[in-house]
Design a protein around this ligand. Structure first.
Ligand code: GTP
Ligand code: IMP
Ligand code: MG
Length: 337
């Protein structure tokens, strides 16, 4: 069984939450562990008519038999974490690595109050950058220092690696996306950490030899929130005309939208070591594809587009998402792998 990593291939908001939820339901992981920066993320999961937006708890929470772990590399805002634990009723299975660094109100103030961060870079204002600065300066608090988190502490690498040793399946969930990586993204218009699959493995304490699959999620029309280069960006009016306008889960900001960028996708898949691609928003490409769950029922326009994606990225497209709901997906993993 082993471990699979799911990461974003563009600038975040590719629909990782939805893909994680689907893979969790179909592959039944014993653990879903989150890497990535922190509560700047907003994963959306829609299931059975209900819509959830999670910032700290892994988006696979909808699959009720999995333990939900937050890796040591992730920044934890205790208030956000505890609120989600209560809202989603996951106190019995949500755990935080005791070494996670803590976001305090002063970090949020510093993020929102800094002209450079909030205006020039266009951060989410969730305090992640300033908290990572304190972590690097070795003055940040850790989860083990916070009494309210006492009942939720664990050693994530121990749990994850033991499960893998036992032949169980573990799902590792990234956040943000390749273009926001501190190392490989469009610096300085990036987040405060690397966001590639290797970073996610490191965040949860899993060595590269333990990872079997990396699923990189791309959306047919890439999006970006905040400032920074976006080579294939389309004018807002064009997005309106196409009916594909989007708003951010955390900040409510309107997302900038662009056309498919094959060259960028290929580079992103390379650095992430992608073994599979999940493509979301195929219903935005062609409205007739909305909710389709079989390859044969896709329109020829959609099929051609997906074939082009495979040609660009040189990795098989195994998951094709045709709407926001978890069940609106074509899963070709059995046929293609
Ligand atoms: P980050 O961790 O913040 O990068 O987020 P994410 O990758 O989990 O994505 P997010 O949920 O922020 O944004 C994706 C949006 O697209 C959500 O509103 C989803 O419900 C929606 N979505 C996902 N897949 C599809 C799809 O195939 N079609 C359509 N129309 N919407 C989709
Ligand atoms: P920060 O991570 O809040 O410091 O923001 C830095 C940049 O990353 C900004 O452009 C944000 O809009 C972007 N960003 C951070 N997290 C996400 C995310 O989960 N989805 C999309 N963009 C994000
Ligand atoms: Mg998001």
């Amino acid at each position: 069984m082993g471990a699979t990593i799911i990461v974003g291939g563009f600038w975040g908001d590719e629909g990782k939450g939805k893909i994680v939820a689907h893979v969790a339901y179909s592959d039944k992981p014993v653990i879903i562990a989150r890497g990535g920066v922190g509560p700047n993320a907003g994963h959306t999961v829609e299931i059975d008519g209900q819509k959830f937006g999670v910032r700290m708890i892994p988006s696979g929470f909808v699959y009720k038999d999995a333990k939900l772990l937050i890796g040591a590399g992730v920044l934890v805002n205790p208030e956000v974490f505890l609120k989600e634990v209560e809202l989603l009723k996951v106190a019995d299975r949500a755990r935080v690595d005791y070494r996670c660094a803590i976001i305090e109100p002063k970090h949020i103030e510093a993020d929102k109050g800094s002209e450079h961060l909030s205006k020039k870079i266009g951060t989410t204002g969730t305090g992640c950058g300033p908290a990572n600065v304190d972590r690097v300066n070795r003055v940040a608090k850790q989860a083990k220092d916070i009494p309210e988190l006492k009942d939720f502490l664990t050693d994530v690498p121990l749990e994850v690696n033991q499960a893998i040793e036992n032949g169980e399946f573990v799902l590792l969930e990234g956040s943000q996306g390749f273009g926001l990586s501190l190392y490989y993204g469009t610096y300085p218009y990036v987040t405060s950490k690397d966001t590639t699959a290797s970073a996610i493995a490191s965040d949860v304490g899993v060595g590269p030899t333990r990872v079997d699959d990396v699923i990189v999620v791309f959306k047919c029309f890439p999006t970006r929130v905040g400032a920074g280069p976006f080579p294939t960006e389309m004018p807002q009016e064009e997005a309106e005309k196409l009916g594909i306008v989007e708003y951010g889960t955390v900040t409510g900001r309107r997302r900038r939208i662009g056309y498919w960028d094959g060259e960028f996708a290929r580079y992103s898949a390379m650095v992430n070591g992608a073994t599979q691609v999940a493509l979301t928003g195929v219903d935005k490409l062609d409205k007739e594809c909305y909710g389709v769950t079989e390859w044969e029922k896709l329109t020829s326009k959609a099929k051609k587009f997906i074939e082009q994606v495979e040609e660009d990225v040189k990795v098989p497209v195994t998951l094709i998402s045709t709407g926001p709901e978890t069940k609106q997906i074509i899963d070709l993993r059995k046929e293609k792998l």
